[in-house]
Design a protein around this ligand. Sequence first.
Ligand code: G4P
Length: 551
Amino acid sequence: MPKSPSAVNLTTANNTIAAEIALRRTFAIISHPDAGKTTLTEKLLLYGGAVQLAGSVTARRKGRATTSDWMELEKERGISVSSTVLQFDYAGYRVNLLDTPGHADFSEDTYRVLTAVDAAIMVIDAGKGIEAQTRKLFEVCRRRGVPIFTFMNKLDRPARAPLDLLDELENVLGLHACPMNYPLGDGAEFRGVYDRFARQVHLFERTVGGAYRAPVEVADLSDALVREKLAPDVYEKTREEIEMLEIAGAAFDPEKVLAGELSPVFFGSAANNFGVQLLLDGFLKYSAPPAPRGNAADNGELIEPAAGPFAGFIFKIQANMDPRHRDRIAFLRVCSGRFARDMTAFHSRTGKRVRLSHPAKLFAQERETVDEAFPGDIVGLVGHDSFGIGDTLSDTPAGGIVFDEIPRFAPETFASLRNANTGKYKQFRQGLDQLLQEGVIQVFHLREQVMKVPLLGAVGPLQFEVVQYRLQSEYSAESRLEPATWSIARWLETDADLAGVALPTGVALADDTDNAPVLLFPTDWSLRYFQERHPALALHATPPRRALALP
Ligand code: G4P
């Protein structure tokens, strides 16, 4: 039977969407501060042809021309509060790179960004190995089964033995590692990498400042040129290790990479732009386009990116990005179908259909209007006050699609927030409620207090400043922050669990905003001590619902 004209149109549209999806790669770089995330981002942009913009990514900490000073707070502190979304085209791919704030601006946003990506590149300082923040971010990626590519950075400096670094991935993270290339020496003796699959050597030549593409020569490992460059003992040792890997190393299996079980490992030096192209090419070859996501409104039934209607979820809200407009941007990750400017969509939180006007693509202060976007893309929606983190927007009848992608994360730092001006109590409350809804902060109330002062809980302390800043600038509500001594929250199942339990000095009982009971501990030691004394008491590292425990 011939297809009806509308069915033909639909098929054509789906094919176009499928073709667009196939080109998309959406990822984030995860690392501990100073491992080289910003430097690598800058070098990746170099390949994407965004050279003139590249410098501006690192410039923020130097006080040169900044492109990410979205908030005054950022300017004052000289750091980036907000996640930047960078989009570039390379080798026929459309690459979306989501920035994960990592220094003092490490916060729940950092984790949430990872719910919006399809892969991650984990940057490790090869002199140091795996560090605390890398572990936490890795854990969030692992929960989602996201493919993880590893870049061992700073080989131009003395590094730990490559086999040790690979062992560490296995032992500390439980991640099988497959070196795609192998370093030839390190520090002053660093001569390049051996590409194990192409069986080629890429020789490293230092360039001043590493500002340009490093010259790359190609030869075989047994080439006299390679032997000459390496000290005889380094050459022999490296050759033996590479041979050993061929025999005993993890076999490369692209499907395991996609399942997040095997990490392809690349060695190099981001600052010298060495090994970056091998990483980028390898990443694009072995990562996958956006995959289906589960629909919580339909028992987790998967929504196919190409075949489904337009749907996406909001993973981040950024307020006051442009002080002249005092507006608010909701970042939407498109998961299925085609997004078009001015389309209407069903909003899961309010149950209303809303017009998605003013969509923007952002490079810090630069905004470019987006006419259409496809799965994998991030769209900034300007000026929709009702949008909150975790909300789904979809072109379906009411409630048809709901993504449940954003978990709650355990706070690691606490502070009481007092209203500094009694005449403005209403504004204070209203502002705090709004920020709570946006997911900027978690709020607790201590049981022992008669006059309830909100106790704020966050993943990183910068979040407190963001709260104070926004209360002041958006609600004219002044506040006073009093640091609290707790650093660990443990949720109880019910109050009844505490029957007959005396709380030690320094440990407090509080309620979260869902009225779930929480115990607050000042130190790891006090938590352990308490647990030892009450082994039968079940303590949860995260709220009972939508929990995500981190190491
Ligand atoms: P981050 O975003 O992960 O925090 O790290 P970032 O890229 O800012 O890098 C942290 C420091 O490490 C920077 O030095 C950077 O230049 C340096 N770095 C990055 N990659 C390499 C590398 O491959 N080799 C070496 N030797 N250093 C590297 P800085 O002193 O803080 O700043 P700068 O003055 O060098 O820019």
